[in-house]
Design a protein around this ligand. Structure first.
Ligand code: DON
Length: 562
């Protein structure tokens, strides 16, 4: 077999070894990616990907397109796409400028450390359902800020596709549990969105034209007046009135004070490739970098799917997640040891603790599972500018609260705090004091929008995922699959995924994602195994003559390019 020239990503992709997936695995290797010569958007909604492409065809750059896609997702993927939530954006311009924007929600000023603990001392469900569950939304301010600094078009132009989709409606499909369009649920039915999303008490059928007039009006106000409409104007009025009716604590003052923050990107390397990724208030960049730094000490890594590979992944993640869960929080409130945790020497010391034949034990600090309702999208334009964005309401449809008159769902991001340090949150994560609730503080995230450069510093990969802490592992494994396992992007996205988050002390795999022989060997080494659905990603890779785009094959992501 010809040697793979690792300096040339296009040749790496083309020379990629056809991956061997375990028998019984749900996907076949060798499926083609979507190819585009110039530009590409990959998101969870075809309409939203098309919105971004429409903007690029009209002369917009990748940031213009990302903002168009983001607003469109709020209309066509309302379980996670949002204006009532928050997110993170990683940008690399073709001239080499890099930036990371944090538009995470913040705790309202009236939030208190014990606001989710009942009179009996037990955690209530108020951090997950209803008016008290929401942080102050950051999405509108964040998207407008990204556009102002790196975009080329006015808000009204990039929002036009979203406004059209809300006003004229779009045809729902039943993919992914009917999430693209109105899905009724017990959560939604408790609040104001029930008439629109549950007409006659039923979910909309696939194939229905779904019009959102209130949301169209809201989007038009933002397009005409800028983010002020949301944070100080008529939308703020509706939001605060609704909060007051429902017993929430978000005030006009909270909204007025909200600011997105440009952060210094985490830049780390793995075998000469560069990762540009998200610093706190996301844990994603640090945890991914720490894990990769540990894995770099094992050269080359064993083949994907082998016992040895799964063992090393688990042992590296056990160590990086232990640091994450204990030490990370909003840098405005806690001192985050970014340099120490992403230091190669520190990683070497952690790698030296790994026994190649036996599982180690995670020190006590219990951590559980997260759910699945965030959304990631990747954009590359014809000039090579790249944007990776992950945005969320946290749980599907967030707190369930739908702002009357505003036409949008509010997040339940407050649950990403350690609502009671030491007690699991809605997904089971148990975290420390660094992430306790404090007014004005950002809750720790796992979102990991990431851009990878090749050995010559050229754009290679734009990726990221949804799925709580499995975001970190999925994003990292896609990167490893491409640059270490030499898979095509399509195979890298389809390969079975693994996850370990320190505690529970368990290596998770997707059903049929490990052969029975490998499962037996891992158990014999002392690993406890579990199965779970892992994160959903949307990725773009530069290849010879253009771009490969791959939407999440597990739940129908949509790659659109030209
Ligand atoms: O920011 C975070 O890490 C979580 N709010 C993400 C939640 C999530 O990904 C849920 N599922 N897809």
């Amino acid at each position: 077999m010809a040697m793979i020239d690792r300096r040339d990503p296009a040749r790496v992709a083309q020379a990629a070894v056809r991956s061997a997936f375990p028998a019984g695995w749900r996907f076949s290797a060798g499926t083609p990616a979507t190819f585009a010569e110039h530009a590409m958007v990959v998101s969870m909604s075809k309409y939203a990907s098309e919105a971004g492409v429409e903007i690029m065809k009209a002369g917009g750059n990748a940031v213009d397109a990302a903002v168009a896609t983001g607003f469109a997702l709020a209309v066509t993927y309302p379980s996670a796409g949002n204006i009532g939530g928050g997110g993170f954006m990683t940008i690399r311009m073709a001239d080499g400028r890099i930036a990371t924007l944090d538009y995470r929600e913040v705790a309202p000023l009236a939030a208190t450390r014990n606001m989710y603990i009942g009179a009996d001392g037990k955690l209530t469900n108020k951090s997950t359902v209803g008016y008290l569950a929401s942080g102050v939304p950051g999405s509108v301010a964040g998207m407008a800020e990204a556009l102002k600094k790196y975009g080329t078009m006015p808000l009204a132009i990039v929002m036009a596709p979203a406004i059209r989709l809300a006003e004229e409606g779009y045809v729902t499909d039943t993919g992914s549990g009917g999430r693209r369009g109105g899905q009724c649920s017990a959560l939604i039915a408790q609040f104001e969105g029930k008439d629109l999303f549950c007409p006659g008490g039923q979910a909309l059928k696939g194939g229905t034209r779904f019009v959102q007039s209130d949301l169209a009006r809201t989007l038009k106000l933002i397009a005409a007046q800028g983010p002020k409409a949301f944070y100080e104007g008529a939308i703020a009025d509706s939001l605060v009135a609704d909060e007051q009716r429902g017993g929430g604590i978000i005030t006009k003052e909270d909204l007025r004070r909200y600011v997105p923050v440009w952060r210094t990107p985490i830049q780390s390397t793995y075998r000469g490739y560069t990762l540009i990724t998200m610093p706190p208030s996301s844990s994603g960049g640090i945890t991914m970098s720490e894990t990769l730094n540990i894995l770099e000490n094992f050269a080359p890594l064993p083949p994907a799917g082998s016992t040895e590979y799964a063992h090393l992944i688990a042992e590296a993640l056990r160590r990086s997640f232990t640091d994450r869960n204990e030490k990370l929080g909003d840098p405005k409130f806690v001192k985050v040891p970014i340099d120490a945790l992403t230091d190669k020497k520190y990683a070497r010391s952690l790698a030296a603790q790994i026994d190649r034949g036996h599982a180690s034990k995670t020190p006590a600090f219990n951590v559980g599972h997260e759910g699945d309702n965030t959304t990631h999208y990747s954009v590359v334009d014809a000039s090579g500018n790249a944007v990776a964005t992950t945005t969320t309401l946290n749980g599907g449809y967030g707190a369930g609260v739908w702002i009357r008159g505003g036409g949008f769902f509010m997040n339940n991001e407050m649950d990403d705090f350690a609502a009671q340090p030491g007690t699991p949150n809605m997904f089971g994560l148990v975290q420390g004091e660094a992430n306790a609730v404090q007014p004005g503080k950002r809750m720790l995230s796992a979102m990991s929008p990431t851009i990878v450069l090749d050995l010559e510093g050229k754009l290679l990969l734009v990726t990221g995922a949804a799925g709580g802490p499995t975001i970190i592992t999925t994003t990292m494994e896609i990167i490893l699959n491409v640059i270490e396992q030499h898979m095509t992007l399509a195979d890298a996205m389809r390969a079975p995924r693994l996850h370990h988050q320190a505690l529970p002390d368990q290596l998770d795999y997707e059903p049929n994602g490990l052969t029975v022989a490998v499962q037996d060997s891992l158990k014999a080494m002392g690993h406890k195994l579990g199965t779970r659905g892992l994160a959903t990603a949307n990725s773009i890779m530069r290849v010879s003559g253009g771009l490969h785009g791959v939407g999440e094959p597990r739940s129908g992501g949509a790659a659109v390019g030209y």
